[in-house]
Design a protein around this ligand. Structure first.
Ligand code: ACO
Length: 429
């Protein structure tokens, strides 16, 4: 009968070990018993960038990168994008189940009534330079929230945690819109409780002199779906930051600021900004083959392509491509879409991209839609952060409830100098 164990023979000592296999993994700590002698620390696994290490057990998001599958709490992303709303999806991520009518109404009411920022936060945001990048402002302001809600550090109290989760989901769009309005010198627009989550965000971003802002329903729904598509993605770089920083038991504002900072990088949530810059640089469909050549020569990356987990079409990219058509019917076509479609067409036929399993990821088309909707490129990572907020918080909550939780603290393989004595200045070369 087959056994769920792994037999290891240490050829240094000739000793054999039998290690349990659970959920397709072995515990790295089980390797520690493998020693050459009593002074040996024991075997470790070496895995820079966590290429093959599960850092937690999670019941939130399932991805099959080979098949291009993404599910939140078991529900396929395609069904949620078609039938759910962002706030309902946020509830699902956080609670594990879809809400009933009353639960959803209460949840939406609570989020809607926590959108306002303390007036001092507004003053704090005023202090940023006129040309501050909105993502830098977002990261700093989220961190600053911890100074306004001092109870937030009582992270062992579930009710305190719940309150901060509501605040972060509710206030994220307000911070984001204020960051944008600050960067263009426009007065801040306060939340409108009569509007939906996405509709109100559009109001806070774009309202001009009208007394009542009426969001275009197609754009409102498109934005809501884009938030759903970004809501969680298991143990990506920013979520890992959320869990890792949160494992020190710091308050959620500080942990989420760290997660948002991780998202800011061009290899993660900053990629959609880079995609737009790349498409502008290419400038015309006829320049696509020359650009692909540069990618294959490894001079540049094809931004918005490739993914650590997806080795197939990112399911979010196909949904976004469909949304693009609906949005362009309202806004007019973004001319960059033709370049993007041509890039995708050529890349998907090319041996380099096929053999490297490089497909469009979520960022490839999202920026083109955001731009058509009137968002400046610098706001793209901020939009991503608003969408990802419930995911970060669900993962944080799950981490805190995990009986195996400990402070995240990887090991290292030390390859530096052996012990040596301090050299006085006059004797140094
Ligand atoms: N363009 C060209 N070549 C690429 C690309 C790309 N976008 N992505 C990967 N490759 C190549 C690498 O050069 C490497 O080639 P080699 O084996 O011949 O040396 C191979 O594919 C594997 O690439 P890695 O960088 O090792 O893959 P990794 O899993 O570490 O990186 C990442 C994943 C960071 C997403 C990468 O594909 C990338 O930089 N893409 C562009 C940036 C981007 O779109 N990021 C958004 C990701 S989605 C998100 O965060 C929401």
């Amino acid at each position: 009968m087959s056994k769920s164990t792994l037999s290891i023979v240490d050829n240094r000592t000739g000793k054999s070990y039998e290690i349990p296999i659970e959920n397709g993994t072995i515990r790295a700590m089980d390797l520690r018993q493998i020693k050459t002698g009593p002074d040996d620390f024991g075997l470790m696994s070496y895995d820079p960038a966590f290429m093959n290490t599960a850092s937690c057990k999670s019941a939130i998001t399932f991805i099959d990168g080979e098949k291009g599958i993404l599910r939140y709490r078991g529900y396929p992303i395609e069904q949620l994008a078609e039938k759910s709303t962002f706030l309902e999806t946020a509830y699902l991520l956080l609670h594990g189940e879809l809400p009933n009518k009353q639960q959803l109404d209460d949840w939406v009411y609570e989020i809607t009534h926590h959108r306002f920022l303390h007036e001092n936060i507004k003053k704090f945001m005023d202090g940023f330079r006129y040309d501050a990048h909105p993502m830098g402002v977002f990261v700093s302001t989220v961190a600053a929230l911890s100074t306004f809600y001092k109870e937030a550090n009582q992270i062992k109290d579930p009710e305190v945690r719940r309150k901060q989760i509501v605040r972060l989901i509710a206030k994220g769009p307000t911070i984001a819109a204020f960051a944008y309005r600050h960067s263009v010198g426009l007065p801040y627009v306060y939340p409108d409780d009569e509007l939906s989550y996405a509709g109100n965000f559009l109001n806070m971003m774009f309202r001009a002199t009208e007394t009542k802002y009426k969001p275009n329903p197609v754009l409102e729904r498109a934005l809501d779906v884009l938030f759903i598509l970004h809501a969680d993605h298991e143990q990506n770089c920013s979520t890992n930051a959320m869990r890792s920083v949160g494992s020190s038991e710091v308050d959620p504002y500080s942990a989420m600021a760290a997660a948002a900072a991780a998202l800011y990088g061009p290899l993660h949530g900053g990629a959609n900004e880079q995609v737009l810059r790349m498409l502008r640089e290419i400038g015309d469909k006829k320049n696509v083959p020359a650009y692909i050549k540069r990618v294959k020569n490894k001079e540049v990356l094809l931004m918005g392509f490739g993914h650590r987990v997806y080795k197939n079409y990112d399911p979010r990219a196909s949904i976004i491509k469909r949304i693009a058509d609906e949005v362009f019917e309202v806004t007019g076509k973004n001319p960059l879409i033709d370049i993007a479609v041509e890039l995708e067409r050529i890349a998907l036929e090319d041996e380099y991209f096929i053999s490297h399993k490089l497909y469009p990821n979520v960022d490839f088309y999202s920026g083109i839609i955001y731009e058509a909707m009137g968002f400046p490129v610098s706001m793209f990572p901020v939009l991503f952060a608003i969408g990802r907020t419930p995911g970060w918080l669900a993962q944080w909550e799950e981490m805190l409830r995990d009986p195996e939780r400990k402070i995240a603290r990887p090991r290292q393989v030390y390859i530096g100098a052996d012990k040596r004595d301090y050299v006085p200045m006059e004797k140094r070369k």
